[in-house]
Design a protein. Sequence first.
Length: 481
Amino acid sequence: MTVRPDRNTTGQLDVVSPFDLHLLDTLPLQSATDAERMLATATRLAQNRNCWLEVDERIAILQKLAELVAAEANEFARLIATEGGKPLRDARIEVDRAVDGIKLATRELLRVMRGEEIPMGHTAATRGRTAFTVCEPIGVVLAISAFNHPLNLIVHQVIPAVAVGCPVIVKPALTTPLNCLRLCTLLQQAGLPKGWCQPIVCDNEVSEQLATDPRLAFLTFIGSAKVGWSLRAKLAPGVRCALEHGGAAPVIIDETADLDQVIPSLLKGGFYHAGQVCVSVQRIFAPAALARVLAEQLAAGAAQLVVGDPLDEATDIGPLILPREVVRVHDWVEAALAGGALRLIGGEAMGETLYRPTVLYDPPADALVSTAEIFGPVVCVYPYPNRCEAIRRANSLDVAFQAAVYSNDLEMAFDTARRLDAAAVMINDHTAFRADWMPFAGRRTSGYGVGGIGYTMRDMLQEKLIVLKSVQADSCDSPCG
């Protein structure tokens, strides 16, 4: 049995498989009334300290949840592939990461919940006082999530809230709500009392109602920059937030790089989940003498990738999430070709939601494929005359997330990494690498705040300083004893 939204609603949501668009489930869309009820419930829990769960209770719940998710690993992997289109091999990895993320939250609790003693007595005014800090949950959390990692993103947004003791309302992407609903069901089975994690399947208007309510304490948002920044501007005073948007990840390659190692890495980083990753390899800069060779080898590798049914074990690239995304990606590619780009492979739809992996050589600097996040299976290779120019172009956009450098000259690699305006730089690895305990953040329009299980947990806590003034006994001339 999976938690399902209440049925006192006026609309319904058909959840379909992005591969062949067959119906997976029909869910009721929840209303503004439902959102108000959830928020009232979460607020009561946050304000009633007598019903707060102790740290050991929360740890026990998360440990049990990890066991329950692991026991359903195969079912979750198939659900990720079915509702999100991620190839089954990669979906299994997502489930493993989700289980590890839940376990990580229990370990991080011992670190992030720890207060500290504040030294007193160093001045006359502080004599006779003892001071220390304690950590408390920030309050009601709203998590608005994205489709591309329908289980692990929910883990990253919801589990930190549960771990530190915040009631959380979670709104999954409407294209991929089923993994979220199942995880919420398992949280209840693991012992989380009713009301502490409430899923809501609703439209953007209801989401905005929740996000802008003054009873909210923290918003965690993963999705488009347009929506994220708009919501941040409408938050009530005092509400904190973390925003994770997208990028157009740059890669700089020099003459010393070993293409036999670089090409497989770029293929994975560029075409993983059909490029629907916020740090997917997109803009590859290579020396003028090497760029065309690299692009052709990349195209030859892309030609070997299997595009098709995500439930097929042989599939490397599944569908885009919606048919309109295929149309959009193709329009961008066609515009780049019209501007002078050379198509080395791809550039064509293979069905309503499938798009052939595409390698473009030297698109115009002002083309959409060069300036905006593609979020599709398209990578671009650009020749550069010198490293300074490559760095300048890599840093030229208003988005900045993760970047990469490939080189066997470590001094040069470190210097390039230092000069790249990115939140993280991978050396001899692709831009889509991530470990769930590392900081994960976008700069400029790519985001606000820092993600990662432990970092999010700290965001959802607030420190309280407690100062104790000693009650001193009357002075006495006689010796103690």
